[in-house]
Design a protein around this ligand. Structure first.
Ligand code: HEC
Ligand code: HEC
Length: 602
């Protein structure tokens, strides 16, 4: 079919069906059944899904589903739903009417976003790692098709003409996918700084899609120009009919309303005829309502600014458009707003914080871009360490290039930073007060040098921030070792622990680090480096998904760490190894961790 006739078919199709945004047509942490009777939200910290009766506004069921549930979606117009249990690598099916679990589908790794076909007979999921789309038959609970279509996929939406749009989390790249074959039809690339694109929605009638994301300007280590909030608008029309205009634009949210600054957009939602767009900001605890314009240049117009609860991560509009709902991830509530007056009319408690109170306080601070964390509301710890993970970036810091590290295992792998220039998380008071975050800070008065007298005990808030940051103690096991170590990984393990290759001399103990500084010959790779050539031996647990590598982030693959960047065998002895042996070592590294590491005494 040529482009013109396809557009024509699309118009016919759109004219014949009611142009509405349907339940389950874009990924979200919250969904509303097509009849408007039930709301479901996934509670990442509690490991549960809560089903709310929207007539009484009461939580009917809170269903334990597993470790770190993310996307939820009702199936078609039914009261059955699916949830992506990110940490357990499975998708679970629930009955919203009875609160029962109906069954499971195991997937390779990290299911995040879910969308359902309008009739509920198909479900599509994104697997963040390694970047696949999976088509599932909810009836037989089997995988029908599975394709790798990018890297780190999160957002997924079903367009009105039945195609899929997905987003790459760490690049914001959007791909259009044929729902029958799961092949990529087209892609939209933004800027190299686009980052943390978790979600996308398709407009019901205009050939547009909207994705919230941030930009991480890694060359700027001060808060006035490093992290920016955006909603990007994708033109999903045929390229021919859009030849006269850019097919991807971004609307800068921090200048949307003149001087008012917002941070860390998480999700967007459209009302049923697509005239309003709602966007929540998880860093500043607020949201914008925008008018969607019939204007290919301006796209969105500011309508209002509303306060939310703590760390809003989801927004959804009821099918009758009279109400919209905001999920406050760190208040454990869903706020009910009247769409006409835009006033909050009710608050529904959906779950409880499962941990210690100080960790909750620390988590709120970690996610906050508001004072006292940042005076200018631009940047939060979570802007670079979302959910304890890395942002996939290497930042130009005053001391040189610094690759963001994931925080998993941090508590047991001190000292802190590649250059071990910190010995307790309380030293991050220096980061809060630095030009990067420009916060007032959590301590009244002066603080001690990072490696001097302790900063612990100076402020309950700072101790709470440290408690949260250190709370990332559990690792996701590597998907490459689900059936145990492969033969290649077993050979690699032998090499790793052999005297002649010598990796385990420094990468030792349950976290594969001796927690000491060494010169492995990488200090001269970066001309801006001020602190080398010694670096803190990093843990190797979870490195299968944390590229790029080394403190300067110049090694793009694990193989490059062992070859291109291992000059003169300073970093273990690898020059004598055959390419098969290097590949075996890499297989072993990719399999880490294949079991939870033994925890030292706290
Ligand atoms: C602009 C992005 C950015 C922001 C904002 C940010 N970090 Fe980081 N973080 C980094 C980078 C880059 C590194 C690696 C730096 C280094 O090792 O010198 C890092 C390293 C760390 C580490 C060390 C991990 C390890 O294994 O040694 C911790 C802990 C940490 N950050 C916590 C925080 C906290 C707490 C905040 C908020 C007060 C914060 N970060 C704000 C980018 C950021
Ligand atoms: C002399 C101590 C030492 C030895 C021996 C050693 N390492 Fe390392 N390793 C380090 C240090 C220090 C770094 C950080 C260097 C940097 O960032 O520039 C590192 C970094 C790494 C990284 C990058 C991790 C990341 O998150 O970016 C990998 C992978 C790695 N080592 C694997 C190995 C393997 C495999 C061997 C054996 C061939 C080995 N190392 C031998 C100390 C050592």
């Amino acid at each position: 079919m040529n482009a013109t006739s396809r557009s024509f078919t699309l118009v016919l199709l759109l004219a014949s069906i009611a142009p509405v945004v349907r339940a389950g047509s874009s990924n979200s942490l919250m969904d509303i059944s097509a009849d408007g009777k039930l709301l479901a939200c996934s509670n990442r910290d509690s490991g549960t899904v809560t089903v709310v009766d929207l007539a009484t506004r009461e939580a009917k069921f809170e269903i334990p589903v597993g470790w770190h549930p993310e996307g939820v979606s009702f199936l078609g117009d039914s009261h059955r739903l699916a949830v992506a249990v990110y940490g357990d690598d499975r998708i679970r099916f629930l009955d919203g009417a009875t609160g029962k679990i109906l069954g499971d589908v195991a997937v390779f790794d990290e299911p995040y976003g879910l969308v359902s076909s309008p009739d509920g007979t198909r479900l599509w999921a994104t697997l963040e790692y390694p970047g696949r789309v999976v088509e599932i038959d909810p009836e037989s609970k089997t995988i029908v098709r599975e394709e790798t279509v990018g890297r780190f996929l999160r957002g997924i939406a079903l367009s009105p003409d039945g195609r899929l749009l997905v987003t790459e989390y760490q690049t914001g790249i959007v791909k259009l996918i044929d729902a029958e074959t799961l092949q990529v039809v087209e892609e939209w690339i933004g800027t190299p700084q686009d980052n943390l694109a978790r979600q996308i929605v398709a407009h019901p009638t205009r050939p547009k899609a909207y994705l919230p994301h941030q930009r991480s300007l890694t060359t700027v280590a001060h808060g006035s120009g490093s992290i920016f909030p955006y909603v990007s608008v994708i033109d999903v029309d045929e390229p021919e009919s859009a030849a006269d205009r850019p097919r991807r634009k971004r609307v800068q949210m921090d200048s949307f309303r003149g001087v008012y600054v917002v941070a860390n957009p998480w999700e967007v939602a459209l009302n049923s005829d697509g005239t309003k767009l709602y966007v929540v900001f998880s860093g500043t605890d607020d949201m914008f309502v925008a008018n969607v314009l019939e204007d290919n240049y301006r796209e969105l117009e500011y309508a209002s600014l509303l306060r939310t609860g703590s760390n809003p991560r989801a927004v959804r509009v009821a099918p009758d458009d009279r109400t919209f709902y905001v999920y406050n991830a760190l208040d454990f509530t869903v706020d009910v707003f009247d769409a006409q007056s835009e006033k909050k009319t009710a608050e529904i408690r959906v779950t409880e914080w499962p941990g210690e109170e100080d960790v909750l306080l620390g988590k709120k601070l970690f996610y906050s871009a508001r004072p006292p964390m940042s005076r200018l509301r631009w940047i939060a710890c979570s802007s670079c360490h979302p959910d304890g993970d890395a942002d996939g970036r290497t930042w130009q810091q005053p001391e040189g290039l610094r690759n963001t590290q994931p925080l998993f295992g941090l508590k047991f792998t001190h000292p802190i930073h590649w250059s071990a220039d910190r010995d307790e998380v309380q030293d991050f008071e220096h980061t809060i007060r630095s030009p990067l975050m420009r916060g007032r800070g959590l301590v009244d008065g002066p603080i001690n040098e990072s490696l001097g007298e302790p900063n612990a005990g100076l402020s309950p808030e700072l101790d709470a921030l440290a408690a949260y940051t250190n709370s990332h103690t559990d690792f996701k096991l590597s998907p490459y070792a689900k059936g145990g170590l492969s033969e290649a990984a077993k050979r690699g393990k032998k090499l790793f622990h052999s005297e002649e290759v010598g990796c385990a001399r420094c990468h030792s103990g349950p976290y594969l680090t001796d927690q000491k500084m060494h010169d492995v010959g990488t200090g001269a790779d970066d001309p801006t480096e001020k602190l080398g050539p010694d670096y803190d031996t990093p843990t190797l647990l979870g490195i299968y998904r944390s590229a790029p590598y080394l403190h300067h982030g110049k090694a793009e693959t694990l193989e490059e760490v062992l070859t291109k960047y291992n000059r003169a065998d300073r970093h273990g002895r690898t020059s004598h190894l055959s390419s098969e042996q290097i590949a075996d070592l890499v297989e072993y590294l990719k399999a880490l961790p294949y079991e939870q590491p033994e925890r030292p005494e706290d």
